[in-house]
Design a protein around this ligand. Structure first.
Ligand code: ATP
Length: 648
């Protein structure tokens, strides 16, 4: 599953279509050929089970014919005036069919589940893994609602169709085939009469497929838009309340819901007309069989028993035919859903040749970005505090252990803008040498966080490059990128689970002792031990409440456990009050020891110990150098430092 989804991703981009819901672009949708190719590959992987399932279903269909045949024999025995002994044979046959029917049904259901369920589960895993690895800007552009509706609604539809629709489709198709063979074996004219229904059914089906396909495709898109609108409204709840624009939000949600519901109504109207046409076909077919039966019985070409069996055969076709034709409904919806899911798989960033093929794992950090180094810096500028006591009394930073070769993380002439808006980062070039710490300062909105996300590989520069040891970040597998370069932002997210679970997020296999060591390393053992169940205390939604500083403390412990080569702290300690800020500063310093780092900070105590400081203004790097150099230069940094260090 993984291999198929991944390997196809790079080559299948051309087989997907970009979609919009009128308001914003959505993720691509795979075309019919690509979707069928995916399905074929999935079925091929289960070929042996598929053959066994089909064999059992054929046996099941044959057993289904026993009833009408036995009833025909009983009828003939009565017409012939034979004694009770003549009906014993058919009754025994009926009993045998009933006894064998149950295990055959059980076996076909179990086998079918074995064919279908692992594939659907694999598809869901692949789509979720791909969705989690999608570039942040791609998800921002399309809105998370589209993604959510695909991994929930579309996966649900594919699962339902695969488990229910597909199974009933195959068994009904086999039952129809077996019945037609049975009819023909009674008398070919019975089969011919029954076939009169077929043109009406074919015509109805073609009409239905033609009219319903666009309805379902548009309906799924409208559903994606409805989910996006709902998520947007909930995400913006505090702003909506404070600005009192709830009415406008409600109207948008209402419009999106009505549009989605309108498609559902249209689909139901269409399906009702379709089933009405199928009923006409049934009556035409049954009428023709009864007419043929009366003619054949009168002429002595067929017995009453055979005519009874033929009529029962045909009546027994109603359900399977409706099941087959009706399952086109769910199969069509599933096909639309599958195309959207394969579209997500194909939206995965293409890997360069030779790059690992595994799907992305869950990002190790809430967001991740590398640090950026000094513009055009070839040799890092050491700050006065490096290697000894920092200017603000912070901890010393020893050189990285020689056993670990750290990479060079760099941005070259990078421009970036959000969506279709103008650039907010202009021509930024930075380089973080192994083991060096670079600080980024500037006023609000100057582009610091944006540059940080470019260096973390969360966003891709419009122009220019972001590289790790010369390899473009976009060419690294998400797993490798997040393992080597990690980010802590001020929006630390706690997942529902225990404290230990949250720390293990980046390395699920870590032992309790390693978790304890990480807590110890960042100085969080004291308050974590004081929680009701220590590191086993459940936090996050519905659990014990932690403050923002504690959440950031855990994020630093998580980072320590993950042990990346490069760390980006994007104002990771900005939420702290004075005491907790000091605690977090110390924790951050411990985590950064022996790693390359970028610090995005407004509190200049964090920047004074950096090797190089970059000042950003309006998306450009305007100054760079060590703390002393920049203070001596008397520019923006000097002014910021003076303002910050002046006693209030
Ligand atoms: N997700 C986004 N969508 C659109 N524009 C954005 C987004 N994030 C940031 N911007 C814009 O990009 C510019 C740079 O923002 P950025 O957050 O990188 O600056 P910053 O220096 O980190 O600011 P702060 O110190 O307030 O975090 C700003 O004009 C901001 O409004």
């Amino acid at each position: 599953m993984n291999a198929t989804g991944s390997s196809a991703a790079a080559s299948a981009t051309a087989a997907t279509t970009d979609v919009t819901d009128g308001a914003r672009p959505l993720l691509p949708v795979a075309d019919g050929r690509r979707t069928r190719g995916y399905l074929r590959a999935a079925l091929r992987r289960r070929r042996a089970l598929l053959v066994a399932t089909t064999a059992v279903m054929i046996a099941q269909s044959a057993i289904g014919l026993v009833g009408p045949i036995a009833i025909g024999w009983v009828t003939q025995a009565i017409v012939d005036g034979r004694g009770t002994s003549a009906v014993i044979g058919p009754v025994v046959l009926l009993a045998a069919a009933a006894v064998l029917g149950a295990p055959a049904t059980w076996a076909s259901n179990v086998l079918l589940a074995r064919v279908v369920l692992p594939e659907v589960a694999g598809l869901r895993e692949d789509v979720v893994a791909t969705a989690l690895a999608l570039p942040v800007d791609r998800v921002e552009e399309t809105g998370s609602g589209d993604l959510v509706s695909r991994v929930s609604g579309d996966v649900e539809r594919v699962t339902e169709a695969a488990q229910g629709g597909f199974g009933s489709f195959v068994s009904a198709a086999l039952a129809i085939l077996a019945t037609l063979v049975g009819l023909a074996s009674l008398d070919w004219r019975f089969a011919l009469a029954g076939l009169l229904a077929v043109p009406i059914q074919v015509f109805s089906l073609r009409w239905y497929l033609r009219t319903s396909r666009p309805i379902y495709a548009a309906g799924r898109t409208a559903e994606g838009h409805r989910t996006s609108t709902l998520l947007g409204a909930f995400a913006a709840l505090p702003t909506v309340r404070s600005l009192r624009v709830g009415g406008r939000q409600y109207a948008r949600v209402e419009d999106a819901s009505l549009a989605a519901a309108e498609y559902e109504f249209t689909a139901i109207r269409n399906a009702t007309r379709f089933f009405g046409r199928l009923n006409v076909a049934e009556f035409v077919g049954l009428g023709a069989i009864l007419l043929a039966a009366s003619v054949l019985v009168r002429s002595g070409s067929a017995s009453v028993g055979a005519a009874t069996t033929a009529a029962l055969f045909f009546a027994g076709l109603f359900d399977p035919i409706n099941a087959v034709l009706g399952s086109f409904d769910s199969v069509q919806q599933a096909a639309a859903g599958l195309a959207r899911l394969v579209g997500v798989l194909d939206a995965a960033p293409a890997r360069p040749a030779g790059a690992p093929a595994q799907p992305a794992g869950v990002p190790a950090q809430p967001a991740g970005v590398p640090a950026q180094a000094a513009k055009s810096t070839t040799a890092p500028v050491r700050s006065a505090g490096a290697g000894g006591s920092s200017a603000d009394g912070g901890p010393s930073r020893p050189a990285p252990p020689p056993s670990r070769r750290l990479p060079v993380l760099a941005l070259h002439a990078a421009d970036f803008g959000y969506g279709d808006r103008a650039d907010v980062v202009h021509g930024v070039t930075l380089r973080i040498e192994p083991g060096r710490h670079v600080a980024l300062v500037g006023t609000t909105g100057s582009g610091k966080s944006t540059v940080a996300t470019l260096l973390a590989g969360l966003r891709t520069p419009r122009r220019g490059t972001a590289t790790l040891d010369g390899t473009p970040l976009a060419g690294l597998s998400p797993t490798e990128l997040h393992r080597r370069v990690a980010l802590v932002t001020q929006e630390t997210h706690l997942f529902a689970g225990t404290v230990a679970d949250n720390i293990r997020m980046g390395r699920p296999e870590a032992s309790d002792a390693e978790v304890a060591l990480a807590l110890e390393a960042v100085g969080a053992t004291g308050w974590v031990d004081a929680l009701p169940d220590g590191a086993a205390t459940v936090i996050g939604a519905g659990g014990h409440h932690l403050g923002p500083s504690q959440a950031q403390h855990l994020a630093l412990a998580r980072l320590f456990l993950l042990d990346p080569e490069v760390v980006v702290l994007d104002e990771a300690t900005a939420e702290g009050g004075s005491d907790s800020a000091r605690l977090l500063d110390t924790a951050a310093a411990r985590v950064l020891r022996g790693r390359s780092a970028l610090l995005v900070a407004h509190r200049l105590s964090q920047t004074a110990t950096a090797d190089t400081i970059l000042v950003m203004e309006e998306g450009r790097v305007t100054e760079q150098g060590s703390h002393e150099e920049l203070r001596a230069a008397g520019g923006t940094y000097a002014a910021l430092w003076d303002a910050w260090s002046r006693p209030s």
